[in-house]
Design a protein around this ligand. Structure first.
Ligand SMILES: Nc1ncnc2c1ncn2[C@@H]1O[C@H](COP(=O)(O)OP(=O)(O)OP(=O)(O)O)[C@@H](O)[C@H]1O
Length: 642
């Protein structure tokens, strides 16, 4: 062992170790006392603590002071052992040499960085002996703002194509996009549209460009980029895909399913298929709705027809909900997606969340059934985005392009990855890279999601008991023709509906998944026609539903997530109109909810007090309604039990 002895520490006191040690430990003690008294002075100067706090601080300091001793014993063995003596000597030397310079600096560092003096008390001797630079001290975390972790986004997400978001100012006249077919332009004008909204002006040419060199073949024989579009609610995303898809398919010769639109709810699918019907009306193109609203056999009749030599396709465009779509892939003879050119995923973030239904792998498997080597005699290749080689470009490609749309498109690359996007391109109303820069600079970044500019946000602080009365007061007071009110559960919707109905004075209906599709369709129609003044709904109507006359949205139950808030309030202030959103907040919810919206960069919410003296006159009628509600609920429970 002696051979490998390395003298790491010089021992100048080797001649008289005992005397030197005593001297050094004396110096250390003196230094410790000096530093502690300085720290105490500083603490007193900064904040004269009350007696109780001082007692607590000294207790904590005592505990901390005791800790190193314990550690020493654990690590160092007996106090008088040679090891212990050596350690003491080393410490004494370090303190001695640092006493005049670096320990002072370390102390300054501490006070400059506002660290807790109690920590200083206990940590100084060791800290002072070590470094001339800033000393790491535990504690005081609450005072320092933790730096925000910024996600590292892939280039396509970090640098989106910017889309303007003001649908009243940034309009683009129809004639400014000559790529759109004259017949479609005529149809647009016939439906009162004289200019494109910004998202349409950006996305329509991009989709048309990818289908310009022949509607089946990607430019240069390559697969076109998949497109992701993130734009506020009511900004016209539906027409942004309807117009280019209809135009791309206009000159098809044989009927095959070439466009598939997948949406989360039946109502939404119905709404989108209506828009397709408008723009395919004067064309040979056919649209099929596949949502389960009709029996499977009826839907099959609209999709395929049996012929002498197989099956004939009857639809060019299929608008579907994922569950029913998979049913047809599994059960409908002749239902083929092999000619699919466009896969449109509306409300894409919600559809990504529903990927557990594995609808996308089923669609992709149906669209690309044979993945083996392609037959050179085949006219069109049908392969999943192969590596581009000279050979692969010889044969024209029949690509499948994915188009994703949402007002709250996720920025999470992992989630988007699940969609298997090919060279994706993002169109967004918010500049991701700028927002990140602003964020780090501590400025006012653009929000996580964009809201319609005509929307004002309010909140009503109220108690749990006063919530129904507050709703009645708001609805009666504002006398608005169409108000949409959201709750967090079917039961809440139902009870609130019964209560408001029993109170009277307003035509009210409820909308939830409890009812069949026929009843829900009827309710929505009556609401559109203005026959229903207040529609109480679960989140079943929160996404995508477009009822132009909705002026007011009330969140009876505050939404838990920002995304839910964005979609709920987005049922008003659509297409450049004005609208108001009110959220009833209990005291316990207020802070968290307001912080959630502020962190997301949402516009500031206006506080709207409902003084109890305004509610007082409603109380007698309200109490009557409550007892009526009680009777009805009991009756319903009895019926359920029977
Ligand atoms: N260029 C336009 N000019 C006038 N109105 C338009 C135009 N484009 C769309 N609209 C109307 O704007 C309304 C909202 O459009 P759409 O439903 O497509 O919005 P969205 O962006 O899909 O909203 P959400 O995110 O809530 O689904 C519709 O009533 C539609 O008819």
């Amino acid at each position: 062992m002696a051979l490998f002895h390395v003298a790491r520490y010089r021992d100048p006191e080797a001649a008289d170790p005992e005397g030197a040690e005593a001297e050094a430990s004396g110096r250390a003690r003196a230094l410790l006392e000096r530093l502690q008294s300085r720290a105490r002075e500083r603490q007193q100067q900064r904040e004269p603590a009350p007696a109780e706090a001082a007692a607590q601080a000294s207790e904590v300091a005592g505990r901390r002071r005791r800790r190193p001793r314990r550690r020493r014993r654990v690590n160092g063995g007996a106090a008088g052992s040679p090891d212990t003596r050596l350690r003491k000597r080393r410490r004494a030397e370090g303190e001695d040499t640092d006493a005049s310079g670096s320990s002072e600096e370390a102390l300054k560092e501490h006070s400059a960085s506002h660290e807790a003096p109690a920590t200083l008390d206990s940590g100084v001797p060791e800290a002072a002996s070590k470094a001339p630079g800033p000393t790491p001290v535990l504690g005081g975390f609450s005072r320092r703002k933790a730096p925000k972790v910024q996600p590292f986004l892939p280039a396509w997400l970090a640098n989106p194509s910017c889309v303007k978001k003001n649908v009243t100012k940034d309009l683009v006249p129809i004639e400014d996009i000559p790529e759109v077919h004259p017949d479609l332009q005529k149809q647009l004008r016939a439906h009162g549209i004289s200019a494109y909204f910004p998202v349409q002006a950006a996305v329509i040419p991009a989709v048309l460009e990818s289908s310009a060199s022949g509607f089946l073949v990607g430019r240069g024989g390559y697969q076109p980029s998949d497109l992701c579009v993130s734009a506020p609610t009511g900004s016209g995303k539906t027409l942004a895909f309807v117009i280019p898809v209809v135009q791309a398919l206009l000159h098809r010769v044989v009927c095959h399913i070439r466009a598939l639109v997948v949406l989360p709810t039946k109502e939404l699918a119905q709404q989108v298929s209506r828009v397709f019907n408008v723009y395919t009306d004067a064309t040979p193109l056919r649209v099929a709705l596949v949502t389960g609203q009709k029996p499977l056999a009826k839907e099959q009749e609209s999709l395929v027809q049996k012929t002498a030599d197989g099956y004939r396709c009857l639809a060019d465009i299929v608008v579907a909900t994922p569950g029913r779509l998979v049913d047809h892939i599994d059960q409908t003879q002749g239902f083929s997606l092999q000619q699919l050119r466009f896969l449109i995923v509306d409300e894409a973030d919600r559809m990504i969340d529903s990927m557990h239904q594995s609808w996308l792998p089923r669609v992709m498997a149906a669209a690309f059934p044979c993945e083996g080597p392609t037959d050179p005699a085949t006219l069109l290749q049908r392969r999943r985005a192969p590596a581009v080689t000279a050979a692969s470009t010889c044969c024209p490609q029949m690509p499948l392009q994915k188009l994703l749309f949402s007002a709250t498109l996720t920025q999470n690359p992992e989630k988007l990855q699940r969609l298997g996007l090919y060279l994706p391109r993002l169109f967004s109303t918010r500049l991701a890279h700028r927002a990140l820069e602003d964020d780090t600079a501590g400025g006012d970044p653009e929000g996580k999601y964009a809201f319609p500019s005509g929307l004002t946000h309010h909140y009503v602080p109220c108690s749990l008991n006063a919530k129904p009365l507050a709703i009645i007061h708001l609805v009666l007071g504002m006398s608005i023709s169409r108000t949409l009110c959201f709750t967090n559960s079917r039961e809440n919707s139902h009870r609130l509906f019964l209560l408001v109905q029993a109170f009277g004075g307003v035509s009210v209906a409820e909308f939830s998944a409890c009812y069949g599709p026929g009843h829900r369709r009827k309710i929505l129609k009556q609401f559109e026609q203005g026959k229903i003044q207040l529609l109480i709904s679960t989140d079943a109507t929160a996404r995508g539903i477009d009822v132009p006359g909705v002026e007011l949205v009330i969140n009876y139950d505050a939404p838990q997530y920002l995304r839910t808030y964005v979609h709920r309030v987005g049922r008003t202030a659509r297409a450049g109109r004005m609208g108001r959103a009110f959220t009833l907040l209990l005291k316990v919810q207020e802070r968290r909810f307001l912080r959630m919206l502020a962190e997301a960069g949402a516009p500031e919410l206006v506080r709207h007090e409902v003084p109890s003296k305004l509610l007082q006159p409603l109380v007698p009628r309200y109490e009557e309604a409550l007892s009526q509600l009680e009777r009805v609920v009991k009756e319903e429970l009895k019926q359920k039990a029977a």
